[in-house]
Write a protein of this length. Sequence first.
Length: 123
Amino acid sequence: MSRRIALRVMCVLVLLCAATPVLAHHGAATFDTTNEITIKGTVSAWSWANPHCILHVDVKAPDGTVKTWSVASSNVADLSKRGWTRRTFAAGDEVTVLIQPAKSGEPVGMIRNVQLADGRKLQ
């Protein structure tokens, strides 16, 4: 009987461990998915890494101050299927980015699309 209980406990533990990564995904809850804004600026960094690739864009305000926006995209595998690479952006590139901004008002958001200086649009 104790062997049977041990097997059941082990099965439960395996199922719990397998479900843990699902709990870690945060989704789009921090972003205002009902609102889209456009930011235009200069790429300061491009982070090609999971779970989300991040584009850092320096946006100049009318008063001359610069605010760095950190905008998230999808994961490496998904972006690769769409033709994006670790070399898609380089520091100094001019970009126009359509994003869903953070609900908090912080300069962060989720990328909807990016238009490059040559007019190409990345989805």
